[in-house]
Design a protein around this ligand. Structure first.
Ligand code: AMP
Length: 535
């Protein structure tokens, strides 16, 4: 698989087919290929020998995809940053990337000393600086916003990203309070796609199908729908944030989509299931639900299967560090009928799953330990963080036959080659499908004025994390109430302040200000005692 070649072939054979669409914009394969060619050439001219990754900031504008491809065609990795990321966090990411320019079809308010290529400039550059006359259908095509660009392009002499070059960088929550950028190479992505096109049914049956996109591009789940869709010559149907937040709009958009392949977290499907109208008549072409990112409950599968009898439900598992997912299993009626945890699947070809103990020794089947992933989709590490890379990644095997490995921090066990997930071994959680290091929130809380101590406790119900509660203690004589306690208002103020640092999905539902943090005998915050205070 060579994803760039696949897209190019589609641009040649089915130029007018829509590759990408959102509420208001469409982008054909031909437009995508041509505009990204032009922009790649402009990037090369502007950035010259600077091969640093390029930040692409926005949401689900059609130009986002043009920018992604332009970067990789110009030999540069791209890093998607969703507009929901607060400015301070965006600034930290931009600093880490040290991009030569920032591309944005949206509006960048974060501070940066880099040159910003905004929507107008992108449109001009993707059009080679030429604005074609309206109606010049042979020579021009519309990109997203309606900008018209010439179809004939000439990009030569630029070496696109390939092999072991980094294709994209996705930042995930980091326990130190600063996100860490996972580097995924072109090889990793292409190996992943060779497998993902066959998830939930033969690749041939997905040719030209509509794939649903739920996750923002800054989350690696989106790679599963975006590139698997393009590899199948399909149409990506993007559900923007505004659509997902409005039930009626969401159901209308699903109805209009004609989606054949569903890709989301289980949480998102559960949200849709709350509507009785979410059933086969709404999505008559739907043949596969592909899930990843968090525990898939049996009850969710049962409800999906009763509402969509023609669709298969596939559970997949994997962290961003191993390129979206590395195991898969189709959930049968028998599996879903039980109440025990569902398996997360068997390893894809090219991946080996090992369960290891604390000393790093492989454990036999049935024994629980840390899930370790080895194979051709494992990332080359965290951008600019050799320390973190050395802790989590390793290389195994003889010279010439070496494979990369990643210690996931997930607990699990194997049964007849089938992997079962058994929670985390650290303070990372999944909330509504989002990966969050509790320590990330805690260290950002400690940045707030007067906060000396912060502990975040997840609130669980039905085996699933439903919300987060933060407990903080103030520095002495900072905003202390008359009787030594602070009220709810103080917590609300802290919540507001925290929003400047963290995306909304990471903001604890409740922040409780304690006069004193309960401590264990060895002087650490007593998470167990705090857990008992979470209601
Ligand atoms: P992310 O990097 O955001 O994809 O998050 C990766 C983490 O999500 C993994 O390390 C697991 O803890 C969790 N995860 C991914 N897939 C599954 C799954 N199918 N079931 C349970 N947890 C999952």
């Amino acid at each position: 698989m060579n994803i760039l070649k696949q897209i190019k072939d589609c641009a040649k054979t089915t130029p007018k087919r829509i590759a990408f669409r959102n509420q208001n914009q469409v982008l054909t394969y031909e437009e995508l290929w041509t505009a990204s060619d032009r922009l790649a050439a402009a990037l090369e001219t502007a950035c010259g020998g600077n091969r640093q990754p390029v930040a692409v900031y926005g949401h689900k504008e059609t130009f986002m995809l043009v920018c992604f491809l332009a970067c990789v065609k110009s030999g540069r990795a791209y890093c998607p940053i969703d507009r929901s990321v607060p400015d301070i966090r965006t600034e930290a990411i931009l600093k880490c990337l040290d991009s030569p320019v920032v591309l944005t079809p949206g509006k960048l308010t974060a501070k940066t000393d880099k040159e910003i290529w905004d929507a107008g400039r992108l449109a001009r550059l993707a059009g080679g600086g030429t604005r074609q006359e309206e109606g010049d259908a042979e020579e021009s095509c519309a990109v997203g916003s309606g900008e018209r660009i010439p179809q004939k392009t000439a990009v030569s002499g630029i070496q696109p990203v390939s092999g072991g070059d980094t294709f994209y960088i996705i930042f995930t929550s980091g326990s130190t309070g600063t996100p860490k950028g996972v580097k995924i190479t072109a090889d990793c992505l292409n190996h992943f796609l060779e497998w993902s096109v066959g998830l939930g049914g033969p690749a041939e049956e997905k040719q030209g199908a509509v794939f649903l996109n739920q996750a923002p591009f800054s989350f690696d789940l989106s790679v599963m729908d975006l590139y698997t869709c393009l590899a199948c010559g399909g149409t990506l149907w993007c559900l923007e944030k505004e659509v997902q937040e409005d039930y009626q709009k969401l159901m209308d958009s699903l109805k209009d989509s004609g989606a054949g392949v569903w890709v989301s977290t289980p949480s998102f499907a559960e949200l849709c299931l709350a509507d009785p109208g979410f059933e086969e008549r709404l999505l008559p072409r739907l043949r596969a639900f592909l899930f990843c990112g968090e525990t898939l409950p049996c009850a969710t599968v049962r409800r999906l299967k009763s509402r969509f009898p023609q669709a298969v439900v596939v559970n997949t598992y994997g962290p961003t560090e191993s390129t979206v997912a590395v195991t898969e299993v189709e959930i049968t009626d028998t599996m879903a009928a039980g109440s025990s945890p569902l398996p997360v699947g068997r390893a894809r070809p090219g991946t080996r799953i090992e369960i290891r103990n604390e000393k790093g020794a492989a454990l036999p089947e049935g024994e629980q330990g840390e899930i370790v992933i080895l194979g051709d989709t494992v990332s080359t590490g965290y951008l600019g963080r050799e320390d973190l890379t050395a802790k989590a990644f390793f290389v195994s095997g003889k010279q010439g036959e070496q494979i990369r490995g990643y210690r996931t921090g997930d607990a699990g066990y194997l049964q007849d080659g089938m992997l079962y997930y058994a929670g985390r071994m650290d303070l990372q959680v999944k909330l509504h499908g989002y990966r969050i290091e509790l320590e990330d929130i805690e260290s950002n809380l400690r940045k707030l004025p007067g906060v000396s101590h912060a502990v975040v406790i997840p609130r669980e119900r039905g085996g699933k994390i439903r919300s987060l509660t933060a407990f903080v203690s103030r520095e002495q004589n900072s905003m202390e109430g008359e009787n030594g306690e602070q009220g709810h208002e103080d917590g609300a103020v802290l919540r507001r302040q925290l929003m400047e640092f963290l995306p909304s999905y990471m903001i604890p539902k409740k922040i409780v200000v304690l006069p004193r943090m309960p401590l264990t005998n060895n002087g650490k915050a007593d998470r167990k005692a705090l857990g008992g205070m979470v209601r």
